[in-house]
Design a protein around this ligand. Structure first.
Ligand SMILES: *Cc1c(COP(=O)(O)O)cnc(C)c1O
Length: 388
């Protein structure tokens, strides 16, 4: 494939006819081959106006009025933001009993993941994670020049931490643990995690990605914030994108030992967390009770959806997140098309399954009737248990 053809698939490329460009042919310019071979991040599809967008695990509730007020009050956008996000870090540090330097803020926890991976690993180094897991991980590792080592998750969509331990080599620089796991939903338990941490060498960074922590109701689930101070190599990642409903403003945070956070800070693109995002995050922390009441509503809706799907015959992994996983296997594309016909835009992973976010109350009946149709008409599509 000529370079110009492969570059057509890059993120942000508009669909202009190729021969309409006024720019010279750049196919001789040498770019990193592993980057050219990396597929662009695929965003959850937009939904038609009469459909529900359940493809990106977003929060269906609109922002709280007080949060909108804080956004509107950020009027000095002609100035750069506070690069150190001091007020937000001080706030989070006080809340969790650490120093402000033990908190790091980034433009989404994806940006933080990129920073920690770059801080820990380069060419020849390995980053270990379960698969299937968050679709951003492989690309972030490639961009760092490092190598992904993917350990298959279990038939129930859970981390196989023993297999992950066995896959650690002297090249392993970081292990990512995603709990609840996106896209399958199950948590890692505290017991599993403590046994894992006891066996991981102290030289290996562990990134505990808890983007969906606020949706967890299983008391046996690991909670990174309850383990603060226990491990010299553990960093916890949280985000305002999901439970806090600020996905569009891009703000996430990490908590962990200062030297590791300093290394991540050194890789960061300066000033990428906007003042508006910082103000909205603080206003959201001020209104945690109201926001967590909304999370309760989503959790109840999730539990109702899981029960209804299981009653239809679906083998749903034990989700503790704001999404459910349908292991549709080879029928994934047909099942996703059925969902679209019923007004549901979800996230299909071809050959594997479909992740469906828990969204608006009105989306539930549409989702359940589509799922029932799939059970009736694509019989092998709902019995599949294989994950990943
Ligand atoms: C959504 C998500 C994130 C965070 O996304 P940001 O919007 O960048 O904070 C991180 N990890 C996982 C597993 C996610 O699903």
């Amino acid at each position: 494939m000529p370079a110009s053809a492969s570059s057509m698939s890059r993120l942000g490329k508009v669909n202009a006819p190729e021969d309409s460009s006024r720019l010279p042919d750049a196919s001789l310019v040498r770019l990193r081959p592993e980057i050219l071979a990396t597929p662009p991040y695929r965003q959850g599809k937009p939904a038609a106006t009469d459909a529900f967008k359940l493809s990106s695990n977003e929060n269906p509730f609109p922002p709280l009025p007080g949060v909108l007020d804080a956004i509107a009050a950020s009027s000095n956008v002609n100035r750069y933001p506070d690069a150190a996000a001091t007020a937000l870090r001080e706030r989070l540090a006080a809340q969790h009993g650490v120093t402000p330097n033990e908190v790091h803020v980034g433009s989404g926890s994806v940006a933080l993941l990129a920073q920690f991976i770059q801080a820990a690993a380069g060419p020849g180094d390995e980053i270990l994670y379960t698969w299937r897991s968050f679709e951003a991980y492989p690309g972030l590792v490639t961009v760092a020049g490092a190598t992904s080592v993917q350990v298959p998750d279990t038939a129930e969509g859970r981390h196989d931490l023993d297999a992950m331990l066995a896959a650690i080599t002297d090249r392993t620089r970081a292990v990512i643990v995603c709990s609840p796991n996106n896209p399958t939903g199950p948590v890692v338990t505290t017991d599993e995690f403590l046994r894992f941490m006891a066996a991981v060498p102290d030289t290996v960074l562990v990134l505990l990605d808890e983007a969906y922590a606020e949706f967890v109701r299983d008391e046996s689930a690991v909670n990174g914030l309850a383990l603060l101070g226990r491990f010299p190599n553990l960093v916890i990642l949280r985000t305002f994108s999901k439970a806090y409903g600020l996905a569009g403003l891009r703000v996430g945070w990490a908590i962990g030992p200062e030297p590791i956070l300093d290394a991540a800070r050194a890789t960061a693109i300066p000033l990428s967390v906007t003042g508006v995002a910082q103000a909205a995050a603080i206003a959201s922390l001020d209104r945690s009770d109201e926001l967590m009441a909304r999370v309760d509503v989503i959790v109840e809706r999730r539990n109702a959806v899981v029960s209804a799907l299981r009653a239809q015959g679906w083998a749903i992994p034990e989700t503790q997140s704001n999404f459910v996983w349908l292991a549709t296997g080879e029928q994934t594309e047909a099942a996703a098309a059925t969902l679209v016909e019923h007004g549901i835009v979800a996230r299909p992973f071809v050959g594997s399954g479909i992740r469906i976010s828990i969204g608006e109350a009105e989306s539930v009946d549409k989702l359940l009737s589509a799922a029932e149709w799939i059970v009736q008409h694509l019989p092998s599509g709902h019995a599949a248990r294989a994950i990943g």
